[in-house]
Design a protein around this ligand. Structure first.
Ligand SMILES: Nc1ncnc2c1ncn2[C@@H]1O[C@H](COP(=O)(O)OP(=O)(O)OP(=O)(O)O)[C@@H](O)[C@H]1O
Ligand SMILES: [Mg+2]
Length: 355
């Protein structure tokens, strides 16, 4: 797989997290062990029986990472329309990040008695450009992102500092719209629809790279979009023996993605791929695509979803080969995934480890 586009500008990692009163967790502290050698992969695998808090920990990591772009002492109103049953009780999450040689800490507290405000405090990285979260659009996005973190939607979340794959993720069998070519336009399009049909982030990215490879479209670096397409086709070929053949526009402004099987030459829609093929191709592509310039923290709940034992065994190795500079935090039931990392990179939650 070609990596010649990679120009890593910073390495961000979550080093420590403390969670208090979040869902079933009363109090829990975790250190995410540093890789022992310079070329060791930065992977932590969290395992446990059902219901012991793996998903809750990943949610807390994502909730904390979302605050990196916030200001110290920022207050953000929780919009109850996004989840009236969520956060009925208060909680607190704090942690330390490191970006290259700089350390910074963040904390997020929520108290429903305090008029449903998230309070964000802590020193932040001087490298991060803080956003003004107080305008209507940013508030809406902040609340939508929280909804995704809590598994209320089936899409992955791709943010500036992290990627989050919740365990409800699904490559939706609905097609992206032509207007979604313009990156920033996902939200307005979703909102203008009478019924929100989520379109897979993955399909939107495919559409973008495919269309922008067209010399008539003038917007993005052609070299880059060519490289993106080449990588996407490598993933499609490796895991499903197919390549993208063409995009077919429909009168309702949606675009279907057609694939060609390399041996049989059969042509079929992307949605015809198996669930395991869709899962591994979309996960690998989104991670590679979103972190090819700047590394991120990658949070994956149940990375074994839809995968057979062989793919579970090679998953960590291939993830790291695909995008080696990210920090990976995985929550899993799979022995194969857990055994793919060193013992110091495993965290086993037991009934008495969560107070
Ligand atoms: N609001 C809440 N208050 C208290 N406990 C909660 C709340 N919401 C969920 N729980 C409990 O917290 C735990 C959440 O577990 P979590 O989803 O993090 O487990 P998990 O290890 O990911 O499980 P699985 O392997 O089944 O995915 C469950 O035992 C659930 O019953
Ligand atoms: Mg879970």
């Amino acid at each position: 797989m070609s990596k010649n586009m990679r120009t890593i500008s910073s390495l961000l990692r979550l080093e420590h997290i403390k969670i208090e009163n979040y869902k079933g967790i009363d109090c829990l502290e975790i250190d995410f062990a540093q890789p022992q050698f310079e070329d060791s992969p930065d992977v932590t695998v969290i395992g446990s029986q059902n219901g012991l808090g793996k998903t809750s920990i990943l949610e807390c990591c994502a909730l904390l990472a979302i605050t990196i772009t916030c200001h110290h002492n920022e207050l953000i109103k929780f919009d109850r329309r996004h989840g009236s049953d969520l956060f009925k009780k208060g909680f607190s999450i704090s942690g330390n990040f490191r970006e290259e040689d700089l350390q910074f800490s963040r904390s997020l507290t929520f108290d429903p008695k305090d008029d449903n405000y998230f309070k964000i405090t802590g020193k932040s990285s001087p490298k991060t450009i803080k956003k003004n979260n107080t305008n209507k659009e940013s508030l809406h996005n902040f609340n939508k992102n929280i909804e995704t973190i809590l598994g209320q939607t089936s899409n992955q979340l791709s943010m500036e500092h992290f990627l989050f794959f919740n365990s409800y993720r699904k490559i939706q069998e609905s097609s992206p719209e032509l207007g979604m070519l313009v990156h920033k336009s996902y939200e307005p399009i979703f909102r203008n629809r009478m019924y929100e049909t989520p379109i897979s982030l993955f399909k939107i990215e495919i559409l973008r790279s495919f269309m922008l490879d067209n010399p008539l479209l003038d917007q993005i670096d052609k070299q880059e979009s060519h490289e993106v397409l080449k990588n996407l086709n490598d993933f499609l070929n490796q895991y499903a023996g197919v390549k993208i053949k063409k995009l077919v526009p429909h009168t309702n402004n949606t675009i279907d993605i057609l694939l060609e099987h390399q041996k049989s030459k059969d042509i079929f829609s992307f949605d015809g791929l198996s669930s395991g093929q869709k899962e591994i191709i979309s996960t690998f592509f989104l991670i590679w695509y979103s972190t090819r310039v700047k590394s991120k923290i990658i949070l994956i709940d149940e990375p074994e979803l839809h995968l057979n034992r062989d793919w579970q065994q090679t998953l960590v190795r291939d993830l790291v080969k695909n995008a080696p500079n990210n920090q990976y935090i995985l929550a899993t039931h799979s022995i194969e995934v857990a055994e793919a990392v060193e013992p110091y990179q495993r965290i086993l939650l037991e009934k008495n480890s969560i107070k």
